[in-house]
Write a protein that binds this ligand. Structure first.
Ligand SMILES: NC(=O)c1ccc[n+]([C@@H]2O[C@H](COP(=O)([O-])OP(=O)(O)OC[C@H]3O[C@@H](n4cnc5c(N)ncnc54)[C@H](OP(=O)(O)O)[C@@H]3O)[C@@H](O)[C@H]2O)c1
Length: 307
């Protein structure tokens, strides 16, 4: 059982809550806050959160960890209670997970857990913390959405829809709070190298095996946007281009494109295509060298002409 932080034991340092901080983007977000001198209350659903807390203590601020399922109201209450009434300066609502395969082939309870975690749990926590911030007329919120929110995600349909909700909700909440002293920022990463794909059973898909962004880079851009009070950030140039393209592409086309990335078995096609590209590159290179050798002329080839 995690003892709550009492306001009296709180330090004069700013205080941040980071959900989903045991690994990946959330761990890096928590690290970014610790580097900026924030005491931390971090949460995740498994015991690994305590190891993360131990590592984060190296940055010299207070770090408390809570193991709780943020997919339900009790889990959210447990996290909120652990703050012990201490004023939250920064909330990073990042916990979330995906789920691969066709919707009708998914376990419906698992699909529901995606929504309960990504949407309902996030809303319940925001409702509690953001009210407190509004009362104090001060606070910063980061919500981890995704560029997945910009495309109908065939073979990850529930997840993409949950992120479409969060992307939209973040901008709406920001507008509602614009004169309140509370800023809301939406972090929208693209495919990032974390445990996400393994946990979502996506390792036999193209998105599961393709090259991914570094979670430290993603979190750094998120932290910069958060503390600059920006509305949102799509991390990385490639993802920015993808979002721009998705805004002018019909949803039917986007859904089909998503199939080619997320349908089971697409990893194999991706690997084959990569091999073909590599072989074509090598053949092209050899052909170019041959052409260059032939064009140098017979004298040069015999080494009689210095070029
Ligand atoms: N990786 C990507 O390509 C990508 C792209 C765009 C957006 N995102 C978003 O980034 C966020 C972080 O994901 P990640 O990529 O860093 O994956 P990750 O390494 O798997 O991290 C997910 C974090 O969320 C926690 N979490 C998940 N369900 C939870 C629940 N019900 N209750 C409490 N904690 C829960 C996990 O804790 P436990 O391990 O204890 O469950 C873990 O700490 C997610 O919201 C994800 O949707 C990821």
């Amino acid at each position: 059982m995690t003892p709550p932080l009492s306001p009296s034991t709180a330090t004069s340092r700013p205080f941040a809550i980071v959900t989903g901080a045991s690994s990946g983007i959330g761990y890096e977000l928590a690290r970014g806050c610790a580097e900026r001198g924030h005491d931390l209350l971090i949460a995740a659903n498994e015991p690994q959160i305590h190891e993360a807390a131990q590592k984060l203590r190296a940055y010299g601020t207070d770090v408390q960890a809570v193991e709780t399922d943020l997919a339900n109201a009790e889990g959210v209450d447990k996290l909120f209670a652990a703050a012990g009434g201490r004023a939250v300066d920064v909330l990073l609502a990042n916990a979330g997970h995906g789920l691969g395969k066709a919707f009708l082939d998914q376990d419906v309870a698992a699909a529901r857990h995606v929504l309960d975690t990504n949407v309902t749990g996030t809303l319940l926590l925001l409702h509690k913390v953001a009210r407190q911030m509004r009362e104090r007329r001060s606070g910063r919120i980061l919500i981890t959405g995704s560029i997945a929110g910009y495309m109908p995600g065939a073979y990850q349909a529930v997840y993409n829809a949950s992120k479409a909700f969060l992307d939209s909700f973040a901008y709406a909440l920001r507008e509602e709070l614009k004169d309140s002293g509370v800023s809301v920022t939406c972090l929208m990463p693209g495919v990032t190298d974390t445990r996400f794909f393994e946990r979502a059973d996506l390792l036999d898909t193209k998105i599961g095996v393709q090259k991914k962004d570094d979670p430290a880079m993603v979190a750094r851009q998120g932290i910069e946007a958060l503390f600059a009070g920006k509305p949102g950030v799509v991390t990385g140039l490639r993802n920015k281009a993808q979002v721009a393209l998705s805004r002018v592409t019909p949803d039917t086309t986007l859904a089909h494109m998503h199939t080619m990335q997320a349908a089971p078995g697409t990893a194999q096609a991706h690997r084959k295509a990569k091999k073909v590209t590599a072989v074509a590159g090598a053949v092209g290179g050899i052909a170019l060298l041959g052409a260059w050798w032939l064009l140098r002329g017979p004298a040069a080839r015999r080494g009689q002409v210095m070029v």
